[in-house]
Write a protein that binds this ligand. Sequence first.
Ligand SMILES: [Zn+2]
Ligand SMILES: [Zn+2]
Length: 315
Amino acid sequence: MRALVLDDRVSVQESRPAPNPGEGEVLVRVSCAGICETDLQLIKGYMGFRGVLGHEFVGVAESGPLAGRRVVGEINCACWTCETCRKGLNTHCPNRTVIGILNHDGAFADLIAVPQRNLHAVPDALPDEIAVFTEPVAAAFQIPAQITIRPDDRIIVLGDGRLGNLCAQVLARLSNRVTVVGKHPQKLALLKALGIATALVSDPIDDRSADIVVDCTGSDTGLPTALRLVRPRGTIVLKTTVAGTQTLPWAPFVIDEVTLVGSRCGPFDRALEALERGEISVKPLISERYDLNKGLEALERAQAKSVLKVLLNVA
Ligand SMILES: [Zn+2]
Ligand SMILES: [Zn+2]
């Protein structure tokens, strides 16, 4: 099969052996996949990953109860037997692999092996290029799964990129005081068109004015900015990982009694429902589409500042 593989470098392989599904896994024939910031970080050495990249995908199950149907798949592959899994924290299973991120070949390939229980059927009405956003939309829905959002909460989302956009859309359905702070007028315009308030980083924003600040910057400047903007007893949600070590004076967290919440993968069923109902607009986020054969160009393009989502057509 064809696959976009990260070894010492990234390359498109034309005849990589198809994955061998393990117990409880099924093969999925990938039709469309999305390039995410994490893929770009992995190429830079994050997690030390080696193998087929890609964790945002939609495809057709080749076997199992959903055989022949279009599916999306959760990315954490848990053991389901350890104490963490038995407590229902399977996305934190210490024995887990993570599709395209940790010891599990990913979706930038013709075929991928996915645990059957990770799969969700895609509603017929959802085209592939919308369903492929299920994973990042689910990640955005993890915020209200972790913290209570009140309609009058003043929320600042830092970052106007792919994830910032989706988080802002999810939060704007729960609070009418959401502002996205970004650097790119064109990306902010997409949010404005949805009725979401925006500001440039250079605009004046009152210090200690936000009940909740969500950091989607993927930058080490995100957390210090969030700490400046959050009110005493407010909450900072960290949505993006930054490689390396950041330093910060921690005393303000104590003095202002700020809550810091790390937030990662989220509920796929909620994301599929929101996409099906058109609650979340993802089409304007698609900047470019490439065939899998042109995967290297696609990865290159995804790094451009002006670009939001780059999709890979696989089938
Ligand atoms: Zn991702
Ligand atoms: Zn486990």
